[in-house]
Design a protein around this ligand. Sequence first.
Ligand SMILES: [Zn+2]
Length: 367
Amino acid sequence: MRFLKAILTSFIILCISTAIPVFAEPFILVLDAGHGGKDPGAVNGKAQEKNINLNVALRAGKLIEENCKDVKVLYTRKTDTFVELSKRADIANKADADMFISIHTNAAKNTSAYGAETFLLGVEENRTSANFNVAIEENKAILYESDYETTYAGYDPNSSESQIIFEFMQNEHQKESLKMASITQNRLTSTAKRHNRGVHQAGFLVLWRSAMPSILIELGFISNSNDMKYMTSQKGVEELSQSIYLAFNEYLEETRKAQNKTTQIGLNSNQNKDTESANPSRPVFKVQFLTSKSVLGKKDSRLENLQDISYYKDNGLYKYTCGETTDYNRILEIKKEVAKRYKDAFIVAFIDNKRVSIDEARRWSDK
Ligand SMILES: [Zn+2]
C-alpha cells in the first residue's frame, strides 16, 4: 500500500496545475454507457442497468450530434457488449477527447432511496458512506474482468479501504469536471424533474484513468419502483437524454466563450512583441524541449530562464516550446542555447498555429 501511495503521490504532483482547457475543434465527447454484455449492472426484476444506460447514452448522443456544432461524439459501446473499465478510459485518451461522461443507474437496499446525482473523481471532506458505496458498487464491474488485480494496481473491489487510493486524486481537470457536474445536476432536476441528490466526489475507477474533464451520472435508483418505471419508459429516457444534451451544450458554449477571450489576449500580446509573427501565414519557428502529461505551472522550475514559452496539445500530451521567430537562422541559435540544458530539444514550425514540417516551413519562407 505504501508503494502504491508513493506512485500515486508522484502522479498527482505531476498533475496539479491551473489548466485552461485547450481543445482544437472539433470538440470530442465520449459517452460511456456503464456495464454491458455479461455485466448487467444493477438489476430489479426484468429491468437491467446496462439497458437503461445504453438507451440514454445513445439518445443523448444523437441529440448532441444533431444539435451541437463541431462536436464529435464517440461511444465506449453502442450495443450490449462487455467493455473493461480501463478500456473505456483508453478509448477517450486515445481519441484525445475533451470530455468523458459515464452514465449509470443507482441501486440501494433501501428501496425508498430515489433521485439523480452526479459525481466527479475524488474524496469528499465530509464523506458519507452512501457516496462511498456508490463508487464501491460501480467498481465491482472489474470482477467480470480476468486480470483486474494487475490492471487496477492492487485495487480490491471487495474492500472499502481501497477507496483510500483516491484521496490523492485531485487532478488538473477537477475544476472543469465540477463545472460540468453542476450543470448536469441542474438539468437533471429541472428538465427531467429528478429528485436532487446533489453533486459528489467518489473514487470511480472508470474516471481514474481518463485524462480529461470527466463525470459520472447516476440517473436514478433501479431499486426504487417509481424511479425504475421512469427510467425504463420512453418519456424517462427522452427527458434524461435531453438533460444531458442541454447540460453539455451549456458547458460547451461557456467554455468556448472563455476560450475566445483567452485567444484574443494571446494575439494582442504577440502583436506588441513581434510584428512579424502577427502576419498570419508566415511560418513561425520554435524550439520544442519538453513533453508533459499535464499543463505545467508558470513557476515550474523546468520552465525557468526560457523565453517565449508556449505549448500545444498533441496526442493527449502538452508539448512545450520556447523561442518564437520567423527567422530560421535565429531559431538555430536559440536551439543551440536550449540544447545545453535539454539535449534532445529540436526545432518545430507552425503556419497559422498548425504544426508543419521544417521543410514545408522553409520552402514557404524562401518564396
Ligand atoms: Zn453502474
